[in-house]
Design a binder for this molecule. Sequence first.
Ligand code: NCD
Ligand code: ZN
Ligand code: ZN
Length: 356
Amino acid sequence: MQTQLTLRRPDDWHLHLRDGAALRSVIAASARQFARAIVMPNLKPPVTTLDAAQAYRGRILRALNEARAAGEIDDLAAGFEPLMTLYLTDNTGAQDILEAKASGLVHAVKLYPAGATTNSDAGVSDMARVRPALEAMQSVGLPLLVHGEVTDPQVDLFDREQVFIDRVMLPLRRDFPALKVVFEHITTLQAAQYVAQAGELTAATITAHHLLYNRNALFLGGVRPHWYCLPVLKRETHRQALVQAATRGGAQFFLGTDSAPHARHLKEHACGCAGCYTAPHALELYAAAFEAAGALDSLEAFASLNGPRFYGLPVNEGQVSLRRTAWQIPDSLPFDGESIVPLAAGESLAWQMVAG
Ligand code: NCD
Ligand code: ZN
Ligand code: ZN
């Protein structure tokens, strides 16, 4: 039985780091696991300008320095690189895009259909309004990242991703054939199939939780808010299609944790927040999913090679190793003066990361 797994250092292509004390609470976890991360811009207020992205990057780097000074991370982890994104709004213009690209700090622009998920109220209300921005992105090679769910209340919650393909993805690909697009955190067979046949300029991130769990996890023995995220977990056939895409689907599929921290009391609430916190044990969760599929040997491509290739960035130097050692995910962790419950708290994992 394989007891050691060594990979080139991986990256997280979809991460929520939040801000302020929350950022300080979670930064070390991602820095230990990943060399770089695409940092989501859905702060309050959202990161809509280059100035705001530069300032946010500065706060992330400060939090990293504090974590190193406090002995939470070593020098290698302190070199964690935040890859910034802009939040696309109805008012984003071509000039905003050109400046962002020229800065070298902004690596993508995020489309949230208005109201689709956490802090998305400032999102795009009509795709027609963002055509100049999308044209500029296409011409300078700045990828568009999409939260791929329609917000139409008439559409069943479990169907919102597949309806998004027809209503938004197909017209978008038709109108902007040279734009790089990442369909973020895909959750359905339809999205996996769509991306697989859409050509090399269309990619997808897949979370560890959508590879490991189906929607039964939300209701096992009672309603379980820590398994609630958007897009919501789907039925088992979809989970299997995602596993197939991640392990055997090729270079268009790569790792994006969508680690989305919310304080415990906001998850265990009458109207609980969407988002699973997976940053501290992300790679171990992915290893569990890949091992269950008999595909540990394809984890490196998914975690460390496919993402840089799509984004046009070099792969990382160095390696990380996982060792087969059973360990228990903590029941809770400190967060912003309160606590946070990591996904699958209290459960056991077979793999554990060891220093590179
Ligand atoms: C994310 C968050 O909390 O910021 N939540 C989630 O359930 N995934 C937002 C998002 O990625 O849609
Ligand atoms: Zn999202
Ligand atoms: Zn997200």
